[in-house]
Design a protein around this ligand. Sequence first.
Ligand code: RUB
Length: 325
Amino acid sequence: MTTEEPAVAPAVAETAADIAAMRTRGAATIADAVAEALATQARVSEADGVEAFRAELRAAAQRLYETRPTAVSLPNALRYVLRGIDGETVTALRTATIDRAEQFQADLAQAQSRLGEIGANRLRDGDVVMTHCHSTDALACIESALADGKAIEAIVKETRPRKQGHITASDLREWGVPVTLIVDNAARRYLDDADHVLVGADAITADGSVINKIGTSGLAVMARERGVPVMVAAQTIKLHPDTMTGHSVEIELRDEREVLTESESVEILGGEDDPEFSVANPAFDVTPPRHVDAIVTEHGQFPPESIVTLMRDLFGEPTGRPWEP
Ligand code: RUB
């Protein structure tokens, strides 16, 4: 073994392959798997010195990171675990790594319900909430409000093109929440009946911008115009520390068939190729902080402009690559 190519445990390679193939998906699930993989690397390491051990951990982190570098929870999990691992011997480093990973996993398991309790405090008995897409963090706030005995109603946007609003409606009906499902274009009309807009996030940037399902930013602008507060529910694994140094967040462009089926395309173009016709299908958009009232995390609720302080507390100054000191 050379120091340039340290051993990566087979279990780490397997986890990396599962994430790359999206067999392991979802912000929290990816973060948990990554922490587990680092702990495994530490457990099975046969490194004969402190430097060799650290090199193995870095190699494992890099292997995991390169699977889906745009999934923000992945580098965050690496940062949480790798930050502050100290020890003079391999045994001490091994124990420290495993402890950090276990602590991270335990915190993660609690984060969504804690966030839900905090978010629920913003909801009053009898409130009507408008939702967009399907966010388990946003739903945790409603679930906790219901557990507190509050009556909540929901106006659920269907959320074209994939209609994840249907999943939200189904979850809410299971909990007995009265639901009105609307098409996205009806949002402004129904905002008059809503007390809150409640959405999740895919990522939160250092200036407090919220990256979430396409349509969130338009909804937030309309809510501001109507005086309806916008609440974003996001565990801290969604915070994007690289944006502290000016990195921008890549917006995924998805298949045009999500928007237009083959037969609809034939209806428009008569089955002809048309180089001047295209379909654009961005998955997410960016809601600027001035249109967001509160970001609710498991560490409390924050005005978007102050989220950078929490980001710095949790992740330190960004290094670009999570395994670099
Ligand atoms: C889902 C979406 C959700 C966030 C938050 O988009 O935009 O609001 O991912 O979800 P997609 P959660 O369906 O394209 O993944 O709170 O469950 O992490």
